[in-house]
Design a protein around this ligand. Structure first.
Ligand SMILES: Cc1cc2nc3c(=O)[nH]c(=O)nc-3n(C[C@H](O)[C@H](O)[C@H](O)COP(=O)(O)OP(=O)(O)OC[C@H]3O[C@@H](n4cnc5c(N)ncnc54)[C@H](O)[C@@H]3O)c2cc1C
Length: 564
């Protein structure tokens, strides 16, 4: 799988319209240039120009009008995530406008209000952006406690009263999908408001950044039944189901940021001479770059394979409910590690005003914290541990999905509950198709993990201790991560040297996570002894490392530089 490079990028979708549109997006940024990109970032200029461009090319309308609401319309996850990766390559502001528009459109297209769906499709054509009003200042992740109120009025209709905090596009959105409660019944409700209405008060930008992440207040904003998207349990499910597929985009934004930062870093390090030799000749620099490259390769392999599972999902196959939070949580945290490793190499350069890296260094941090923190997503992931490791079932093979079909199921995900009933295909069958040295070590680590769980698994008190379970979740997540990476590597014919090197990183990471679990205060002696067995070293192969370094990593030197 190749890294995105605007110089050589050609869309691979079956229709030329999509390919030309995505190429035009990259072309817009390239023509604008790095100097202007940085100026807008430093001056915190909201991306009106990009929104105008997207309108002229009907970008958001193409990406986010589902089948049935426009000519040739299709909501297609593959092209959506590719757009997310491309915009992430130039900065999170551009990605975020799309991301929160998708979040805003989710409750509309998941909802029961046909008129608002038609209205949204028309607004997309007109180049509008959208917003998702869920979070509140006081309640954070505790969305059960939402205090936005929809108050029934004597003559019919309602007024909305309350405020929302951290709402992207809240300054501009044509429709803001707002989550609240009926003040009389206490039922959840999703309704739409217009950010330009006089009773909608855009209080401020809560962040000092190029993004507009609004606080808004509804001052007895009049709402009629025509503005209501869903009520009761359906409103709750629509909220979670929207986040299920939208949070997926975070991983792709992270991949984009890291890719751009990697090109810049290798160009800089390879052309810098210290003590008479290239910085890229230092052994620790080779190791940092190679680890960063392996992590980025893994992020991309996992995320694009997860697309296939999301696109093939159905009420009978809900495996995406494990894979999506991993794209959200694991991939974005791996993105942080990539930037840390690159920054260790380029040092002072990472602070400079002109290069792109400064943007990546700041923005990579936000992605694990949006749409549910890493903890919230990990708490979700560990719910699947038992069925995934110990109760596999057979499923039909999930193919690579490159078609242009509409992903209709996203709007028919049904009730958000029933996670304990989801089963997975057997990861061991995939791992067993490989016999590379580091995959063998990793398999031994997985076996050790199973032994720990079977013979000295967490007791009821440890299960209730979120800190303990989050630590255990890191080990589990890596097993799932490797599983889909191997499936994708097999399909793509990924170079075996590179794959073995990716698992060199995983063996070290698994050992580090095991060390973290080992230090938890509640462990028994038996648990500690078994956890220590998980700490292993990768199979050393300096020649193979050197091949990966030369043929994959150093080979990126000079491949891309954004022009001023
Ligand atoms: C730049 C930015 C843009 C955003 N855009 C939007 C937007 O457009 N629309 C929108 O609705 N929201 C948006 N958000 C809000 C975002 O989704 C919240 O930040 C997130 O839900 C977490 O809330 P919080 O940051 O207040 O953390 P808190 O809820 O205060 O969490 C505090 C701590 O408790 C932990 N915690 C909370 N619940 C659990 C749990 N169940 N299990 C384990 N640990 C838990 C958290 O991990 C964290 O460590 C945005 C936030 C930012 C920073």
């Amino acid at each position: 799988m190749f890294l995105f490079n605007p110089k050589t990028y050609r869309g691979q979708h079956p229709d030329s319209y999509t390919n030309e549109m995505l190429e035009a997006v990259a072309g817009w940024f390239e023509a604008r240039g790095l100097k202007r990109l940085k100026q807008d970032w430093h001056e915190k200029t909201w991306n009106h120009d990009f929104v105008d461009f997207m309108k002229s090319r009907q970008v958001l309308a193409t990406l986010m009008t589902p089948e049935g609401y426009g000519e040739n319309a299709a909501w297609n996850t593959l092209r959506n995530v590719e757009f997310a990766e491309i915009t992430g390559f130039y900065g999170i502001t551009y990605w975020y406008t799309f991301q929160v528009s998708m979040l805003g459109l989710g409750p509309i297209f998941n909802g029961d209000n046909e008129q608002v769906k038609l209205q949204a499709a028309q607004l997309l054509k007109e180049g509008a952006v959208f917003a998702f009003g869920l979070s509140e200042r006081e309640h954070g992740a505790d969305i059960y406690s939402s205090s936005m109120q929809l108050i029934p009025q004597a003559g019919g209709g309602y007024v909305a009263r309350g405020s929302k905090y951290y709402i992207g596009n809240g300054n501009e959105a044509a429709l803001v999908s707002t989550f609240g409660k009926n003040s009389e019944t206490g039922d959840y409700v999703f309704f739409v408001v217009d950010s330009q209405h006089e009773k909608y008060e855009c209080v401020k930008n809560t962040v000092n950044a190029q993004n507009y992440v609004a606080e808004y207040r509804l001052n007895d904003y009049p709402v009629s039944d025509d503005d209501i998207l869903s009520t009761g349990q359906k409103a709750w499910d629509d909220m979670l189901n929207t986040i299920n597929y939208c949070k997926f985009n975070l991983g792709f934004g992270s991949i984009g940021l890291c890719t751009h930062a990697l090109y810049e870093s290798i160009n800089h390090a390879a052309s810098r001479i210290l003590y008479g030799k290239q910085v890229t000749d230092f052994p620790q620099v080779k190791r940092l770059f190679t680890d960063a490259y392996c992590r980025l390769t893994a992020m991309k392999l996992f995320s694009y394979r997860a697309v296939d599972y999301l696109r093939c999902a159905s009420l009978k196959d809900r495996r995406y409910l494990l894979f999506n939070p991993i794209v959200k949580m694991k991939v974005t945290m791996e993105g942080e590690k990539v930037i840390d490793e690159l920054w260790d190499v380029i040092a002072a350069k990472g602070f400079e005003a002109e290069p792109f890296f400064e943007i990546a260094a700041v923005e990579i941090r936000s992605l694990p914290k949006l749409e549910g923190t890493a903890h919230v997503n990990m708490a979700l992931i560990v719910k699947f541990l038992k069925n995934y490791l110990f109760a596999p079932v057979d499923y039909p093979e999930i193919p690579r999905r490159t078609d242009l079909d509409d992903d209709t199921f996203l709007f028919h995900q049904g009730p958000a509950k029933g996670l304990g009933e989801i089963h997975f295909h057997d990861y061991r069958k995939t791992y067993d198709r490989f016999d590379l040295p580091n995959i063998e070590v990793f398999k031994a680590q997985i076996e050790g993990f199973r032994k720990l769980l079977i013979t000295a698994g967490p007791d009821p008190q440890q299960i209730r201790d979120i800190d303990y379970m989050l630590s255990m979740g890191e080990l589990f997540t890596l097993v799932v991560y490797g599983h889909l990476i191997l499936e994708k590597a097999e399909m793509d014919g990924t170079d075996v040297d590179l794959l073995n090197q990716v698992f060199d990183v995983f063996v070290r990471d698994f050992s580090a996570y095991a060390t973290g679990l080992h230090g938890k205060p509640g462990n028994t002696d038996a648990q500690r002894a078994l956890i220590r067995e998980l700490i292993m070293a990768p199979a050393a192969d300096p020649e193979q490392f050197d091949r990966v370094w030369r043929e994959h990593v150093y080979a990126l030197n000079g491949q891309y530089e954004m022009a001023d």
